[in-house]
Design a protein around this ligand. Sequence first.
Ligand SMILES: Cc1cc2nc3c(=O)[nH]c(=O)nc-3n(C[C@H](O)[C@H](O)[C@H](O)COP(=O)(O)OP(=O)(O)OC[C@H]3O[C@@H](n4cnc5c(N)ncnc54)[C@H](O)[C@@H]3O)c2cc1C
Length: 558
Amino acid sequence: MRQVDTQVLVVGAGPVGLTLAIDLAWHGVQVTVVERRHRGEPPSVKCNHVAARSMEIFRRLGIASALRNAGLPPDYPNDVSYRTTTIGMELARIPIPCRAERYTDKSGPDGWWPTAEPPHRINQIYLEPILFNHAEALPGLRILSRAEVVAVEQSVDGARAQVRDLETGQRRVLSSRYLVGCDGGRSDIRGAIGATLTGDAVVQKVQSTFIRAPGLLGLMREKPAWGTFSTNPRRSGNVYAIDGRELWLIHNYLRPDEADFESVNRDRCIRLILGVGPDFQYEIVSKEDWIGRRLVADRFRDRRIFICGDAAHLWVPMAGYGMNAGIADAANLAWLMAAVLDGWAGPAILDAYEAERRPITQQVSYFAMDHAIALSKQRAAIPDNIEDPGAEGVAARARFGKELYDLNVAQYCCGGLNFGYFYDRSPIIAYDGESPPPYTMCDFTPSTVPGCRAPHIWLKDGRPLYDALGPGYTLLRFDRRIDVAAFVSATTVERVPLAVLDIDAGDGNSPYAQSLVLLRPDQHIAWRGNRLPARPESLVRLIKGGVQQSERGAVDDT
Ligand SMILES: Cc1cc2nc3c(=O)[nH]c(=O)nc-3n(C[C@H](O)[C@H](O)[C@H](O)COP(=O)(O)OP(=O)(O)OC[C@H]3O[C@@H](n4cnc5c(N)ncnc54)[C@H](O)[C@@H]3O)c2cc1C
């Protein structure tokens, strides 16, 4: 093979590109990231929620603590509050533990998470610089800021990107084994691989404004919250606390009869959502009007070029699952690519990326769109008397408040989206005939069916299971009497990295019923059984992507 400048070239240092680059470097891959923005420049104010599954990934990568220590003040409530206006009467409240109590408060609908890393509320403007600083310090990882990829091409043994320096205008060519477009919703790499977004082009139009309003907190009659939804017949919208003091992000949902952003008076709507008069002072920091969509690319890859994150899928970010789905893509692709570049797997293992991630992103896109449509219907049904001071108003607020709570607890405490998804048509998972348990946006059943995320358990030494896993595959052995030497030897022959982890039988509630469970580097289950397969070498060939579809039957029967 020809000499290359870097093993993997990542286009875009958004949250997905940075996570991918960090994960690749964690696996020992040399990676270069090209980003238009200035070094460490924060993005526009967008995502406010790092999902539990993303935090698990960040924990493995050694970034979870730094993220957990940033964002809202430690004691600022992370709740979601439904009110008549931001400073008005409260109809319902979804309690979510504040940062200081996130690991200890197990009460309420958001306290049950079966993981060592529950969700974290932090805006992307604080998240990305932390990822950037971490990435920049890693050996083997290089970030080219103020540079853009203007063209890409590929051959049988690599990809080439033409990179333009945005300060000097100079161009150069960077060659790599693989190239990944993490270049956001307007991705050029998506076009370059001939992928097309398909789905629903318009689900919800939103006028978003980032404001500085030091006086707002003091006007609130209710306890502050992370998310505050204004629910009145005049204007509905929501307000996210960004710094817990004076910065707020306001989303103003356009009604179906409001065709364009220009026809909607921004200032008037902001005041109606906040519930303040013309004297109230605020300053606009930035504004962004956007259209919530439901679009998924028809392919995530063309040979050596891949797309990840918003480049591959876009939807209205209900349940805070736009960025987080992209982070899951990155964690999936990183170890597959590292396996090939490390030489223990052939290129066929990369087929798993699209086979596993595309169906999941399709599912999430529908969850998000269906929820957005349900919310829109709910906004249209706000009772006229919701602000009445009398008994009828009290009753209307109680009734509508319950409806708001019931619908939205599913998206704000979305355990199903985090942990319920499974890879059910992967070329590198040994299925055993049992179907994974169905899941919804909020509910899921922890399961060891191959393809599922490995259920979290605490080990006897107090560590979470994930902290004890090896960097490659890990064989969990719940019965030390089982001799696994034949499997270990087969992995050695095939150069598949493997750790064996002995776990003493848990209590009766442990979701691990089988004696042997094989976990992939991304914490999904590759195989399980009560004894080793008759031909361990067949299983090893399957998990490294070396088994054709026509040969599968024999392996799945092992
Ligand atoms: C208002 C709003 C609210 C949101 N809220 C949430 C939420 O609560 N939860 C959630 O999960 N998601 C949310 N999202 C979605 C979330 O912001 C995106 O999913 C996320 O930013 C996608 O990350 P990404 O890295 O794929 O792309 P981006 O963040 O778009 O990053 C792409 C990067 O690539 C760079 N780039 C592009 N082209 C090139 C090129 N040719 N050369 C070099 N660099 C290039 C860009 O400069 C950019 O930095 C929200 C989005 C919006 C608009």
